[in-house]
Design a protein around this ligand. Structure first.
Ligand code: 3PG
Length: 394
């Protein structure tokens, strides 16, 4: 794929697909990360003499105009993050969009309306992509986190204009390549979260690529059940015990070591401050549920991390949203951050929950790379080709 260094930008109108699908509460942006991360691309294009026109989706309006999902609600946040005047166009195609582009000065940034207000966006309708293409001369995709969607503004448009990856897209692809493409070994992957059923493809791919696979959260319970260990009232997918055994088998054949909890934190209620006990992994009482991994598990993970050169992380180790069940996730995250800071580990993490947990643990800043992507990060870890990235290759 090409980068901003490979395309002529001077005097061009540059359509830049960004992902500013940010969380909002009461009309205010509650996490600016995705908006802040578009700055290098925007600044670079302006410095090279291009006019920046932002194309983006917001939420899931499903091809209809839903005023609450208008990108006008993030216009101010974009302007303050970039420190530039933002000219909003209340459509992403046609005369309204063209007028906004014409009105903007060379140092301004144009923000066009939610691409998903168009029924053709999610269908990757070539007619819609052609309408968008008419507005500019060059296409830059900086939305790695939306690259798993083959939509008109991510995939279609890349095929109609000279196309390049933006700086954030470039950074994401390089970091992920360093973690799983041609990584420094040993590589350890941490995969947590509630369900094995939603992460089968991920586990099946990872065991062939990494040296250690740490399984945490509710998923670990299913693996424990597969070993004949009783987990009481814990979340576990008993129907997937056989799948868990197959994944273990596949891992063994590929020389990947699977790590499960050796001790557990259990409670009788799933609520903040619930009375909890730390027990051996085989000692879960029939009326209790496992809500976190225990300190021996964390110590074992720290040893695995210390022996590794690369770490890739998706999913928490316990019910980290409520205390005291955040301990294992936080402690493991802090250990990874320390090793990264000391220069002995390359650490990459992604996924909404994971990034929230690493932030809450105060560990995110020391990770080598934190992806802005949720679904795209997962699909990439599953070994899938991302259409938004593929389209930049041709
Ligand atoms: C995300 O938030 O992961 C991206 O913006 C993609 O959003 P989507 O899942 O609605 O396609």
């Amino acid at each position: 794929w090409k980068t901003l260094d490979d395309v002529a930008l001077a005097g061009k109108v540059v359509l830049v697909r960004v992902d500013i699908n940010v969380p909002m509460e009461d009309g205010r942006v509650t996490d600016m990360t995705r908006i802040d991360k578009i700055r290098p691309t925007v600044e670079d294009i302006i410095a090279k003499g291009g006019k920046v026109v932002l194309l983006a989706h917001f939420d899931r309006p499903k091809g209809k105009v839903v005023p609450a999902m208008s990108l006008s609600h993030v216009e101010k946040a974009v302007a303050s993050s970039l420190g530039r005047t933002v000219v909003f166009g209340a459509d992403c195609i046609g005369p309204v969009a063209a007028a906004a582009i014409a009105k903007a000065g060379p140092a301004d940034v144009v923000l066009l309306e939610n691409t998903r207000f168009q029924p053709g966006e999610e269908k990757n309708d070539p007619a819609l992509a052609a309408e968008m293409a008419k507005l500019g001369d060059v296409f830059v995709n900086d939305a790695f986190s939306a690259a798993h969607r083959a939509h008109a503004s991510t995939e279609g448009l890349a095929r109609l204009l000279p196309a390049a990856a933006g700086r954030l897209m470039e950074a994401e692809l390089r970091a992920l390549e360093a973690a799983l493409g041609a990584p420094q070994r040993p590589v350890v992957a941490v995969v947590g979260g509630a369900k094995v059923s939603t992460k089968i493809e991920l586990l099946a791919n990872l065991v062939t690529k990494v040296d250690h696979l740490v399984i945490g959260g509710g998923m670990a319970n299913t693996f424990l059940v597969a070993e004949g260990i009783e987990v009481g009232q814990s979340l576990a997918e008993r129907d997937f015990a056989e799948t868990a055994r197959e994944i273990r088998h596949r891992a063994q054949k590929a020389g990947c070591q699977i790590h499960l909890p050796v001790d557990i934190v259990v409670a009788r209620e799933f609520k903040a401050g619930a009375e909890s006990q730390t027990l051996g992994v085989r000692d879960c009482p029939p009326d209790a549920m496992i809500l976190d991994a225990g300190p021996k598990t964390v110590a074992a993970l720290e040893a695995v991390f210390a022996s590794a050169k690369t770490l890739i992380w998706n999913g928490p180790l316990g019910a980290f949203e409520i205390e005291p069940f955040n301990k294992a996730t936080y402690a493991a995250a802090q250990a990874a951050a320390r090793l990264t800071k000391a220069g002995s580990l390359i650490s990459v993490a992604g996924g909404g929950d994971t990034v929230a947990a690493l932030n809450a643990a105060g560990a995110a800043a020391d990770f080598t790379f934190i992806s802005t992507a949720g679904g795209a990060f997962l699909e990439w870890m599953e070994g899938k080709e991302l259409p938004g990235v593929q389209a930049l290759m041709t």
